[in-house]
Design a protein. Structure first.
Length: 528
């Protein structure tokens, strides 16, 4: 029987696991490591390298080495978040016809979904090599604050590499599953998840095998990359002050400085001081120039303390949404590699007034929880485990005068269904346009448009007389279905909400077929 696996598709590192007997076990990659760099590099002949081999190419082949793609998936090229990131990556990005992001690398243009599919395909190969059997199904984790577009894009990436997604599960929820399975303890948890690109906080209650998420909040553009970029920007600024040269325009220099900044950040988690030494960073008519800086932990902490403070403000909102104060939290779990930073641990300890659980590996627990969820879905888990997750955003429709009427509030337990009655605003109105939105602003235009459809054939009547019931239904996978029904005539229009952006079904199928041909060709040539 084919195995089913759990995958933590991370911004900087990814991890996968399966259930051996009844225990979650991390699957090592082909190099024997438990985590894999989420990096793809293309050689001169266009052959993709994934993981550690790709990471080794980052300095010598920066324009064709793609990393942090999770920050791009499901995002628009001209979004405010992308405006902050442009210039921080050595590889090139362009705008797709539908406004999405495209990545130029290896002599071709790729969607973020295709790059993510290469990472997932490598993880699939690692699992099949380790288990000695075919792997075709997986539970994949995403940040709790990923929206519908980002979740669908992740599913598309899995489809491209031949993986059927049994469930998309939130990363903090997966971590809590692994923790609860290990401890068998009841209580209220706060899962603080600060990874490479995203931050989530989830508050949940475990009671006799029932995992009930009470609230979740987060920021999909707040993570370890931002800590790296603070140090990167400081080094670029210092060099420009000293020498009048802007190294951000030099892709090779930029990649060297980025790697040095990340390495220094990691070292300062274990040592009070480190040196950044980059000889021959650029050549001028005055000779070669170098970067040599000694920095200490307190300097880095001062440079990044506001980023940690931002996470605590989000924690405050999550506790408020859960109607809990800090004293009612029994355990705090730290997830994500950035939580190894002493400043993060200290500020989280001070905020929650208790030491976080220390025995959990923050890089592996999410994948282990995903494997447990996969086992439960396949009906192979022992004991009663019921997961009650929530929707991270409010969902509703645009009403008269451009306001947003919420129908399902954020942090509502899913599956969920709710109906709300509306009416017409004009005499003898025969048609109503339903615009489905996601967000928290009372102004419709400030929220994300998910879908638009029309209910037609309403009987002529004065404004305000017809009753139109609009129903929202979210299933356990987070898929939203919306219907509108005229109670007088019984006419009804339904729609399964799918992202207005991302890959069209025909585009996805074309990519899948092209990838299958490429894999077959490389297998025949002995390249895979």
């Amino acid at each position: 029987m084919a195995e089913v696996i759990g995958i933590d598709l991370g911004t900087t590192y990814s991890c996968l696991a399966y259930i051996n007997g009844q225990q979650p076990v991390v699957i090592p990659n082909l190099e024997g490591n438990n985590t894999t760099p989420s990096v793809v590099s293309f050689t001169a002949d266009g052959l993709p390298l994934v993981g550690l081999p790709a990471l080794r190419q980052a300095i010598t082949n920066p324009e064709n080495t793609v990393y942090s793609v999770k920050r791009l998936i499901g995002k628009k090229y001209n979004s405010p978040e992308m405006a902050q990131l442009r210039g921080k990556f050595p590889y090139r990005m362009t705008e797709a016809p539908n406004g999405d992001i495209l990545i130029e690398a290896g002599g071709r243009v790729y969607s973020p979904q295709e790059i993510s599919a290469l990472i997932l395909g490598y993880l699939k190969k690692c699992a099949e090599n380790y288990l000695g059997t075919e792997v075709s199904e997986a539970v994949i984790t995403v940040p709790a604050y990923f929206d519908d577009h980002q979740r669908q894009a992740t599913k598309d990436a899995a489809a491209i590499c031949g993986l059927k997604v049994l469930r998309i599960i939130n990363e903090p929820t997966a971590a809590s599953l692994a923790y609860g399975f290990d401890t068998r303890k009841n209580g209220r948890l706060a899962v603080y998840d600060l990874g490479g690109g995203t931050f989530d906080i989830t508050v949940l209650e475990i009671q006799d095998g029932i995992f009930h998420v009470l609230s979740t909040s987060g920021d999909t553009f707040l993570g370890g990359d931002d800590f790296d970029n603070r140090l990167l920007s400081w080094l670029l600024d210092e060099f420009k002050k000293e020498h009048g040269i802007d190294l951000s325009r030099d892709r090779f220099a930029l990649q060297r400085i980025k790697e040095a900044a990340e390495r220094a950040k990691r070292e300062l988690s274990f040592t009070p001081e480190t040196e950044i030494n980059l000889p021959f960073i650029c050549n001028t008519d005055r000779g070669s120039l170098h970067i040599q800086k000694r920095i200490n932990r307190s300097f880095l902490e001062n440079l990044t303390a506001d980023l940690v403070e931002r996470t605590l403000l989000i924690c405050e909102q999550a506790l408020k949404d859960a109607n809990l104060d800090i004293s009612r939290i029994d355990e705090v779990i730290l997830v994500g590699g950035q939580t190894r930073m002493p400043l993060v641990r200290q500020m989280v300890t001070d905020y929650f007034k208790k030491q976080p659980v220390a025995r959990i590996n923050p890089d592996e627990i999410v994948a282990m929880g995903a494997a447990l969820q996969a086992n439960i879905i396949k009906g192979q888990g022992q004991g009663l485990v019921l997961l009650l997750d929530v929707t991270p955003f409010s969902l509703g429709i645009e009403t008269e005068k451009g306001t947003f009427q919420k129908i399902i509030e954020r942090n509502t337990t899913i599956p969920a269904q709710k109906t709300m009655a509306f009416t017409t605003v004009e005499n003898n109105q025969r048609r109503v346009k339903i615009q489905v939105l996601q967000g928290e602003s009372p102004v419709a235009a400030d929220n994300k448009l998910l879908a638009t459809f029309d209910l037609v054939g309403i009987d002529p009547a004065p404004a305000g007389v017809p009753q139109i019931d609009v129903s929202f239904e979210i299933d356990a996978d987070g898929i939203l279905r919306v219907s509108a029904r005229d109670t007088t005539t019984g006419r009804e229009q339904k729609i399964e909400v799918k992202p207005a952006a991302g890959l069209l079904p025909e585009e996805l199928q074309e990519i899948i077929e092209r990838r299958q041909k490429e894999v077959k060709s490389r297998n025949e040539e002995g390249l895979l």
